[in-house]
Design a binder for this molecule. Structure first.
Ligand code: ADP
Length: 484
């Protein structure tokens, strides 16, 4: 019998799924059922919120230095168990082991970075025109934060939210994606082992339809940090309008890279391949559009295609040389293949890939070939997020038209340019309407201290990462004191 994995709630481990149990399956080999996951009932989800509310007063009154020590301790626990957690991550998210290990270590960095902020200065001393009056600001936590996270970076995304939420004194209910809950449970274990007081972090697993409403429409909840699809993020935005719950949404992207004719082609090729096909393209910051200029288009495309066959080793994730694994699930595979079919129907030319791999051992999982399709910019593939290994390519006559193409999108997460011309790079950074801009670098991969977040339908007013993330999780109080 497969093990039941438990959720941390109010300091106890709960394996009872009052709405049943779901199998957590390895997308690289569906015969590998990793564990059974309790599906919480609405009442169990509500109990997790209550636990977070009950823990708030004492957590916020603990010194920030002590809170930071818990975060740094949790990072240490993750590092000690890095191989084991990476192996679970590999199995449940379908990542090659080196990618999985990289995610564990980067998650630890997030906790260390925010843990260190326990010793940082918060608030300001302000001048006051009134004699004898001392004025200052205080940065205060909001209360209970619900963190809703997706399956593509199932450890990193929670860590990115928990770091700033917890160091500032909030308590948290974490709702991981249904297909990748185990590593969130392991993150909670790292906190528990590091001495996190009961109720400060609680994990809720279950179907979004059942537990979602309890987490998002609950008077005890003060803020929701959501990462996931644009569809769900925008629905939450409308649902919460006027509700007095602060909302941060990190949603989709349709990230373009523009290659100018003077670019270093081998750098372009290796970077585009990593940015488009790393994580099997299942990243909100993945490069999904490649824009080349006029006559240089042919050489850019052939360099990218050559680098793909050199660098991408498609394989099951238990093979050590694999760099490109499966997509997350059967439903997602069907969706990705649907985008490819539609692009073909709309006149697109498949330059490589385009199909599911069904030869052994790929028939055991959900493998889609790394795919490049040349499309007209009116095609759906140019606009819609696939969240998979599909790169759309098109050319523009000049950099001006290329920038227009970058901006002709409802999304505004990340964009990149390859050029040796500094003024072209600065002009690009100025004109593109995206939250992240990369010059001669991938559109993905932003370090813990670099503010991260998209414009338009990719994000919200609130950035994640860096000190900028603290703004979402806090409120500012201004205090003026005349003493004596
Ligand atoms: P993904 O394809 O990454 O799963 P989703 O936007 O569907 O993208 O899901 C992201 C996260 O949001 C998951 O944890 C999912 O369970 C959760 N979720 C989806 N719908 C809702 C909802 N209505 N309320 C609360 N959480 C939701």
């Amino acid at each position: 019998m497969t093990d039941v994995r438990e959720n941390l709630v109010a300091g106890a481990w709960v394996g009872d799924g009052r709405s049943g149990y779901a199998d957590d399956v390895n997308p690289s080999n569906t015969a590998d059922v990793i564990a059974r996951i309790p599906q919480f009932s609405p009442e169990q989800a509500a109990a997790a919120v209550t636990a977070a509310a009950d823990a708030f007063r004492s957590w916020r009154s603990m010194s920030a230095v002590s809170r930071g020590e818990v975060l740094i301790g949790a990072a240490q626990k993750l590092r000690e168990r890095a191989d084991e957690v990476a192996d679970l991550l590999r199995r449940e998210a379908g990542k090659p082991q080196t990618d999985a290990l990289g995610e564990v270590l980067k998650s630890a960095q997030f906790l260390e970075y925010y843990g260190g902020m326990g010793r940082a200065a918060f608030g300001e001393v302000l001048p006051d025109v009134r004699p004898g009056v001392f004025s200052h600001t205080r940065v205060e936590p909001l209360g209970v934060v619900v963190a809703i996270t997706p399956w593509n970076d199932p450890l990193l995304t929670p860590a990115r939210k928990l770091g700033p939420a917890l160091i500032t004194g909030n308590t948290v209910v974490l709702k991981p994606a249904s297909v990748t809950p185990i590593v969130s449970q392991e993150l909670a274990r790292a906190f528990a082992d590091a001495g996190m007081p009961a109720g400060v972090l609680n994990v809720v697993t279950g179907s979004a339809a059942e537990v979602g409403p309890v987490l998002t429409d609950n008077p005890l909840v003060n803020a929701i940090s959501f990462t996931g699809s644009t569809e769900v993020g925008l629905a939450l935005r409308s649902q919460l309008a006027g509700a007095g719950i602060r909302l941060q949404t990190e949603m989709g992207g349709k990230n373009a890279i523009v290659v100018l004719p003077d670019a270093d082609l081998s750098l372009v090729a290796s970077t585009v391949v990593a940015a488009a096909f790393g994580g099997v393209g299942q990243r909100c910051t993945a490069t999904s559009r490649l824009i080349t200029i006029g006559e240089s288009s042919e050489s850019v495309r052939s360099s990218v295609l050559a680098a793909m066959s050199e660098r991408l080793v498609v394989g099951p994730t238990d093979a050590t040389d694999t760099t490109f694994g499966p997509v997350i699930s059967e439903a997602h595979m069907t969706s990705v293949l649907g985008f490819i079919d539609r692009a073909k129907e709309q006149g697109g030319t498949v330059l490589t890939g385009g199909s599911r791999r069904i030869d052994a051992p790929f028939d055991a999982g959900y493998f889609v070939e790394p795919t490049v399709i040349e499309v007209d910019t009116s095609a759906n593939l140019w606009r819609d997020e696939v969240f998979g290994p599909v790169l759309a390519v098109a050319s523009a006559p000049s950099i001006d038209e290329a920038v227009d193409l970058v901006n002709q999108s409802n999304y505004g997460l990340s964009a990149g340019i390859f050029t040796r011309d500094l003024s072209a790079a600065f002009a690009f950074a100025d004109r593109v309407d995206t939250g992240q801009v990369a010059v001669n670098l991938p559109t993905s991969g932003w370090d813990a201290h670099l503010p991260f977040g998209g414009f338009k339908d990719s994000g919200s007013l609130f950035k994640e990462q860096g000190t900028a993330a603290l703004g979402f999780y806090t409120k500012l109080k201004t205090v003026s004191m005349k003493v004596g």
